[in-house]
Design a protein. Structure first.
Ligand code: HEC
Ligand code: HEC
Length: 244
């Protein structure tokens, strides 16, 4: 009996340390069950008082560093829908342009489902922000090699981003979003918002706990690596999610 208990606790420990990256399978990556055509119409033309999403999130939905908007394509359905619901119920406040709360409220629950379905299925070959161009424009950019070690290995104070967000930040659905090839400006702004608590819609405060330990340099370095990293995993033991 005692040996059995020890075995059980060892198994629980292993399961705990491996979750969620290895416990998730591609089958759990929901692509959404909404109406893709309605989602596309809302994205391209808006609806009622809600402006077309592509006017801020880019024609192809790959975000805009000048506006501070995120890339939306290639993101998991469950995560996108959660963000729209959080904006609609003021659990998350848009303090960048002060528009997303009104936009989410202006859509019906079914519209939010439809547009999240469309975006999670829309293919897009966007490969991240142009760090050289941002630096030329006076934006403080980080060092990709330092960022890579934070994302993949972590530091004594900081859990590796990979432990939740997967290799190179490619996402571990349904909870952990894709942060790979996300816009640099958006990654930086969200990490700072989690750090100062103005974004507080993360389950169990997981991201706030991480971001509070990050210096400005850590944030710039992690964002620089994540925006430019590749979704390839030499030697990874499980199938990569379809990202684009
Ligand atoms: C006027 C500009 C504007 C328009 C129009 C707009 N957005 Fe946004 N959106 C933003 C900004 C700015 C943010 C970032 C908010 C923040 O910093 O917290 C954002 C964030 C989001 C996010 C969060 C993504 C993430 O990774 O967490 C989603 C989802 C989203 N928008 C969907 C939409 C949809 C769907 C539409 C169309 C119905 C739309 N947006 C229209 C400006 C806009
Ligand atoms: C303990 C798990 C955990 C770790 C470790 C972690 N994150 Fe997160 N992160 C989350 C969760 C959960 C969310 C989703 C919050 C929500 O539902 O809005 C998130 C969201 C984010 C977002 C916002 C994405 C978006 O589209 O809005 C960014 C950026 C981010 N994390 C960056 C990082 C970076 C960089 C690291 C490493 C320094 C990291 N995370 C480590 C759990 C984690």
């Amino acid at each position: 009996m005692r040996r059995y208990l020890i075995l059980m606790s060892a198994m629980a420990f292993v399961a705990g340390t491996l979750a969620p990256t290895t416990a998730m399978s591609a089958a759990q990556y929901s692509k959404g069950d909404g109406n893709v055509n309605n989602g596309k119409t809302i994205f391209e033309q808006g609806k009622g008082d809600v402006p077309a999403c592509n006017s801020c999130h880019g024609m192809d939905g790959d975000g805009d560093d000048n506006l501070g908007t995120p890339r939306l394509t290639g993101q998991g359905f469950t995560f996108l829908l959660k963000q729209l619901e959080d904006f609609a119920t003021d659990k998350r406040m848009d303090e960048t342009m002060f528009v997303m709360n009104a936009n989410a409220k202006g859509m019906s629950p079914q519209d939010r489902r439809d547009v999240a379905t469309y975006l999670s299925q829309k293919r897009n070959s966007f490969a991240g922000s142009d760090l050289k161009e941002l630096t030329t424009n006076g934006v403080a950019t980080g060092k990709t090699n330092f960022g890579k070690s934070l994302v993949e290995i972590g530091s004594p104070e900081l859990s590796a981003c990979k432990s939740c967000h997967g290799h190179a930040g490619r996402g571990a659905p349904p909870i952990y979003p894709v942060i790979l090839n996300q816009r640099y400006t958006y990654l930086v702004s969200q990490l700072k918002k989690f750090r100062d608590g103005s974004r507080a819609n993360d389950p169990m405060g997981q991201m706030r706990a991480i971001a509070r330990k990050m210096t400005d340099d850590d944030i710039h370095n992690a964002a620089a690596y994540l925006t430019t990293a590749k979704n390839s995993t030499p030697g990874n033991i499980h199938t990569p999610y379809t990202f684009h």
